[in-house]
Design a protein around this ligand. Structure first.
Ligand code: ADP
Ligand code: ZN
Ligand code: ZN
Length: 718
């Protein structure tokens, strides 16, 4: 016990204050006793009452002025163990690396409800309700009845080799395994091994998308609840209610939960005995937070694993080029930092789908489903097999168009078209959300004949329903087409309900965006088609080919996952691609399912051009009323870096400011400036030193028009 001292102790507290604000650092308060770092407290800041975390002052924190009048801490959140030193290190590191305030990252890592709770409310929640005597006995009995443990499948030889290597080496590992090669089974074995070896060990298993968590949760619960109890497996993602999230967080923090399944946010979960971290589909862009603190959960997972000595396993059939390069042995010109483990074969000797290209230059203009593709889909329906049609564009048509005066349905607030949604007869901007009724005639010239231009998922669904009108399933019923995208899944539970229809075989053809291309274990799917993938080939973003290739490989991975089913059906899984550029190298690699040669070719190009992973990047973005104001700020920031002679300036390449790809959103003009360096640490130090300069430039009267600026370290899209 710490004795109450007569003189109040000064305590540093991290609270949610953005780094851009004048109170971006740690704040000082007083308390009657010293408090250990990591203690949760409630403090006042101006009129606001905030949650804070007691923090060890960093060495470079400015000393307090002697006359400073400090407020006392309002309350200590009693009954909750302090967040441990590892967690604090993680938060400090992430704040430093992503150029944010410690408080911002710390609060992002805590459940929202906790932020709003008083000490009394928390105390109430932490005292379990007193159960009645009788039911107490019953539940205690129920909990002690062991549930039958799942019988484990025999591992494939590849799975066995991989598991023993993970046991033998410290990692980190890149598990490069084909879609359906049994990666999830490997994760479960590794987790089980760690949890059985140490009765307090915990594991963190991350997936990129919320919609992948239920299926994973089922698999993990079936396996681990019998072994470790009903409380052992918890989820953490933004689709949960605040109460559920708090419960999961508390369970992990107190060590009751042994396994946390979650999306990127779970990388900050408090896990005092963390021994294993899995990052499934590690290539997925969803691991990068795209607003606020723009962290990469995959990269933080690697850092965290290293810091606490937990094994880290990154898994993918199409690894990010960063991870591929990092796991390429040094003798082959790579970095050799991760151990690459390979599982090329599908479980049950299933085949990867044969890739069929359709040259759309040979098809009549405006063809959506080429005759051979339509015939292939028809045949699947008649055999009772399922098909998946991928189109990465929701709505009915990307734009409405008047052929008389060339009017287009542009968003009045953005440099983008408003998308035509036929279902509710609206024009909607996918950038700012601005929604209008569809006009009856051209608003410009009155022509009543305005036309949809291009195709979205909604139109594809309508068209396919028409084309398959007379096609019957083996049970004599008409073919059933369904669509899954952000529009059909807005309601809570809608996605799960729709996926259930697919899994049960109700649906014959599923149309959707990338949301359905990844991760799902569809058992009856034997055909996957990408009908218009070409857009990505002409993007100015250097990562576009990588993203397209991954998406198509992942989509292909949904076909023919159940080898026994495919054999029983005497079927042959196929991946169809319709393209105006069928010879493109992306498709050539896809045809061979040849990720390594695709990666090698891309990495060669990146090396020649000095791009990631051979260089490191950061973006500074500015938003303002005019493009000129935004760019002027960035130019001034860049001048300031030169005049201030910032450290490592000579190792930085500062590009000139340019408008962003979608230049105007919600009436705000957006510009960006790229900073590149071949030295990651130098870039870090430079950015850190630059921060105060950026604040200073922003405070100058000539840059008043800047609405905001932000920094994105290791940006994923340019
Ligand atoms: P991935 O994560 O690599 O896509 P999964 O782990 O989901 O692959 O495995 C694909 C399917 O194969 C799943 O239905 C899974 O239950 C099954 N499976 C995995 N490993 C084995 C095994 N050793 N024996 C039999 N079935 C397996
Ligand atoms: Zn808009
Ligand atoms: Zn017109």
């Amino acid at each position: 016990m710490l004795e109450a001292s007569p003189i109040p102790v000064v305590i540093q507290v991290a609270v949610y204050t953005p780094i851009h604000s004048s109170v971006g650092g740690l704040l000082s308060y007083t308390h009657c006793t010293a408090l250990p770092a990591g203690t949760l407290v409630r403090v006042s800041l101006g009129p606001r009452r905030l949650l804070g975390v007691v923090w060890n002052p960093s060495a470079d924190a400015p000393p307090l002025p002697a006359h400073a009048k400090l407020r006392a801490i309002d309350a200590v959140m009693q009954g909750l163990p302090a967040l441990d030193a590892h967690w604090q290190h993680l938060v400090s590191f992430a704040a430093r690396y992503y150029q944010r305030s410690v408080g911002e990252i710390a609060m992002a890592g805590l459940p929202p409800l906790l932020r709003d709770m008083t000490a009394e409310q928390l105390a109430k929640r932490l005292t379990p309700p007193k159960p009645k005597k009788l039911s107490n006995k019953v539940t205690a009995f129920a909990a002690s009845v062991p549930q039958p443990a799942q019988e484990l499948v025999a591992l494939s030889p590849e799975q066995q080799t991989v598991c023993s290597q993970i046991e033998q080496y410290p990692g980190p590992f890149l598990l490069y395994g084909s879609t359906g090669s049994g990666k999830t089974e490997v994760y479960m074995r590794v987790v089980q091994q760690a949890l059985q070896a140490d009765p307090q060990a915990q594991a963190l298993v991350m997936v990129p998308e919320i919609n992948l968590t239920p299926q994973l949760q089922e698999r993990f619960e079936a396996r681990f609840v019998p072994l470790f109890g009903a409380q052992a497996v918890v989820s953490m993602h933004s689709g949960m209610t605040d109460v559920q999230r708090l419960k999961s967080w508390l369970a992990a923090h107190t060590g009751q939960a042994r396994i946390v399944l979650g999306t990127r946010m779970s990388v900050f979960a408090s896990l005092p005995r963390l021994k294993v971290i899995v990052v499934d589909e590690e290539h997925d862009a969803s691991y990068k937070q795209q607003e606020g603190a723009r962290y990469s959960a995959r990269d933080l997972a690697l850092w965290r694993g290293h810091a606490v000595g937990a094994k880290v396993i990154l898994g993918s059939a199409t690894p990010s080029l960063e991870s591929w390069h990092a796991s390429e042995p040094a003798i082959h010109g790579g970095q050799g930092r991760y151990l690459r483990l390979h599982m090329p074969s599908r479980i049950g000797a299933g085949e990867l789908p044969r890739v069929r290209m359709v040259d759309m230059t040979q098809q009549p203009k405006k063809t959506v489903f080429s005759p051979p593709l339509l015939a292939a889909i028809t045949e699947r329906v008649q055999r009772g097999e399922q098909s998946l049609i991928l189109l990465n564009r929701r709505g009915f048509a990307p734009v409405l168009f008047c052929a008389d005066c060339s009017w287009k349905s542009d968003c009045p607030h953005c440099s983008a078209h408003q998308v035509f949604h036929k279902g509710d007869r609206t024009l909607r901007c996918h950038h700012c959300g601005f929604t209008q009724r569809v006009p009856h005639a051209c608003p410009n010239c009155g022509n009543p004949d305005i036309l949809p231009l291009g195709k979205g998922t909604e139109q594809l669904e309508e068209e396919l329903e028409r084309l398959l009108r007379n096609v019957q399933r083996p049970d004599g019923n008409p073919a059933r087409v369904a669509r899954i995208d952000a529009d059909t899944t807005k309601l809570k539970g809608a996605l799960q309900a729709q996926l259930a229809l697919v899994h049960s075989g109700e649906v014959d053809v599923l149309i959707g965006t990338q949301m359905i291309a990844k991760g799902h274990d569809f058992r009856r799917m034997t055909l996957v088609a990408a009908v218009q993938p070409d857009g990505a080939l002409f993007s100015s973003d250097f990562r576009a080919p990588e993203r397209l290739f991954c998406l198509l490989m992942q989509a292909a991975g949904r076909a023919g996952r159940d080898a026994a089913y495919v054999r029983a059906q005497d079927s042959r899984p196929e991946m169809w691609v319709q393209s105006m550029e069928p010879q493109h190298s992306v498709f050539a690699a896809l045809r061979q399912h040849d990720y390594p040669s695709f990666a090698a070719q891309q990495l060669r190009e990146r090396q020649e051009a000095g791009m990631p992973p051979f260089a490191f990047q950061a973006l500074v973005r500015a938003d303002a009323k005019t493009q000129e104001t935004a760019q002027a700020f960035l130019r001034a920031a860049s001048d300031a870096a030169r005049q201030g002679q910032l450290p490592h300036l000579q190792d930085m390449y500062l590009y000139p400011p340019i408008p962003m790809a979608v230049q105007r959103v919600a009436n705000v003009e957006r510009a960006q400036m790229l900073i590149e360096s071949s030295d990651r640490r130098a870039l870090q130090r430079f950015l850190h030193a630059w921060q105060p300069w950026l604040h200073w430039v922003r405070s100058q009267p000539e840059h008043k028009g800047v609405v905001r600026w932000l920094m994105d370290v290791d940006p994923l899209s340019l």
